[in-house]
Ligand binder design. Structure first.
Ligand SMILES: *Cc1c(COP(=O)(O)O)cnc(C)c1O
Length: 495
């Protein structure tokens, strides 16, 4: 059955998958959501025998129903190839009773690669299908990892340009170096004087500026988004939960049909929403454990039903989760509001006006699948040190937040369900914080000395993504104020 995509904020006509991918954000500022969640149409035992690409095809064909089999398989094969440093693409690693789903084996060593290696192909295929001749301009706000993954995906892709805005003082040194050394003449990287929420709000504002959009169309450009507000980001993320389930089955860790829990270190709520979609498709998932760092707006939301961003923004050692406005939560709100676009719209208006909203009791009752937890900086560091000490496995800071929340959850509930922890970044991406957590003595070392030391400690080869930036030269040094973002885009496009 065809899946169409409608906006969370209006009753406007639904669009096809390819059109939703092209647009990124709906015209009314809402997010595109599938009009129904398709059910998995193969037996779980079949999953166990499939490789990553096969699973990806089985899942994505159900959501992207206007893509032909040939188109979709082509996108999948171009995306999940030798760019990943392991045949498994997303290997499961067991450590001290939990399963870490390593989503960081792609070209920029963070889980964003899982979706951003395929998005450029989905997007250019969508453009072709819809006879779009305009150049597509990808505008992206990043808290550190999306930026590089999107740049790597779109660099020198014909018919596209990409502009990435990141918080100048809000990303790790390695994240910044990865972005500002990006080659490709269709790329622009800009550090803004503000935090991630400012960057994200600025990008959304440009998207919903109708006059600007028309002016661009007149010049042969149209915008799209590589952020997880784009359904083309979300759908590929559903696949790895399904794949993980198949792997657990194949390894004999679970019986067919047995439920698993999923733990996700969360920022913009995209990754965990993908797990929720996987569950809604019929994958046997019990709890969806949403792990936050000290910016625990989501934890508070699950506790109280009040989403309140009016609080101090904290810079933590897990910067990709330093977010107070979790965009994708809107898709969940819409769902638990019974797909009531008006009610959802009111709440989102309240969020942008007063910085908060409260869901109804009835909506709250529909959140039973979720469990919210958080870990502070000290606990996060201690979790890295603990696991390293116990078994030599080194987690990155984001995964450590999730791992810590998982331990707290087990302690609190006694739930012994087999659990998959989404391992969202390589420790090499956050080397300094990781090494400091293991031992204070590393503080005095240089960044790349630390990299080599981490490689020695963990017994893991330095990833190509890090070797690459050791000597790469900086090619982007543009900075701007939040209210100059639009001008920067103009300048880059030469209009
Ligand atoms: C983006 C990111 C997250 C948060 O994912 P969301 O989909 O935004 O919730 C967590 N960890 C890492 C390493 C990330 O890059």
């Amino acid at each position: 059955m065809e899946v169409l995509y409608k906006s969370t904020r209006s009753k406007g006509d639904p669009v096809k998958a390819s059109q939703a991918i092209l647009k990124g954000l709906a015209d009314d500022g809402g997010l595109f959501v599938p009009d129904h969640i398709p059910a998995l149409d193969m037996g779980l035992s079949e999953l166990a025998a499939m490789d990553y690409r096969q699973v990806a095809y089985e899942v994505m064909k159900l959501f992207l129903t206007d893509f032909t089999e040939e188109e979709l398989r082509d996108c999948i094969h171009r995306a999940y190839d030798e760019k990943f440093d392991t045949e498994a693409i997303a290997p499961l690693r067991e450590a001290r009773g939990a399963f870490y789903l390593e989503l960081f084996h792609g070209s920029t060593i963070a889980f964003k690669d899982m979706a951003l290696s395929i998005l450029p192909y989905l997007l250019t295929t969508s453009a072709r299908k819809n006879h779009i001749e305009n150049e597509i301009v990808i505008l992206t706000a990043t808290s550190g990892d999306t930026g590089k993954a999107a740049l790597a995906g779109f660099a020198d892709v014909e018919g596209t340009r990409i502009v990435v805005f990141y918080p100048k003082s809000g990303v790790s040194p390695i994240q910044e170096k990865q972005m500002v050394t990006q080659k490709g003449k269709n790329t622009l990287v800009v550090g803004i004087h503000g935090n991630f929420d400012d960057a994200q709000t600025g990008v959304k504002r440009i998207f919903s500026d109708k006059a600007f959009g028309e002016e661009l169309l007149g010049k042969g450009f149209q915008f799209s988004s590589a952020n997880s507000i784009n359904i083309g980001r979300l759908v590929p993320q559903v696949c790895y939960y399904v794949y993980a389930y198949g792997q657990l089955l194949a390894q004999g860790k679970i019986a067919e049909g047995e439920r698993i829990n999923v733990v996700v270190p969360t920022g913009n709520f995209g990754n965990i929403l993908a797990a929720y979609y996987a569950k809604s498709m019929g994958l046997p998932i019990g709890k969806l454990i949403c792990a936050s760092n000290e910016n625990k707006v989501l934890y508070d939301f699950f506790q109280t039903g009040v989403y309140d961003r009016n609080r101090e923004f904290k810079l933590t050692s897990s910067p990709s989760m330093d977010i107070l406005i979790s965009s994708n939560l809107e898709r969940l709100i819409y769902r638990i509001a019974g797909e009531d676009a008006v009610l959802n719209g009111e709440m989102m208006a309240s969020l942008s006006g007063r910085g908060k909203y409260e869901i109804t009791e009835e909506m709250k009752n529909k959140l039973g699948d979720f469990y919210g937890g958080y870990a502070d900086e000290e606990e996060t560091g201690a979790e890295i040190a603990r696991l390293y000490g116990e078994c030599g496995y080194v987690l990155d800071t984001h995964t450590a937040v999730a791992s810590c929340v998982y331990r707290k959850y087990v302690k609190e509930t006694g739930d012994s369900t087999v659990s998959v922890i989404a391992s969202t970044a390589s420790p090499f991406k956050f080397t300094r914080s990781v090494m400091n957590a293991i031992d204070g003595k590393y503080d005095a070392m240089e960044d790349f000395e630390l990299v080599d030391e981490l490689s020695r400690l963990a017994g893991v080869k330095v990833p190509g993504a890090i070797e690459e930036i050791r000597t790469a030269s900086v090619v982007h040094d543009r900075q701007c104020q939040v209210d100059e973002m639009k001008d920067v885009v103009r300048e880059f496009l030469g209009i």
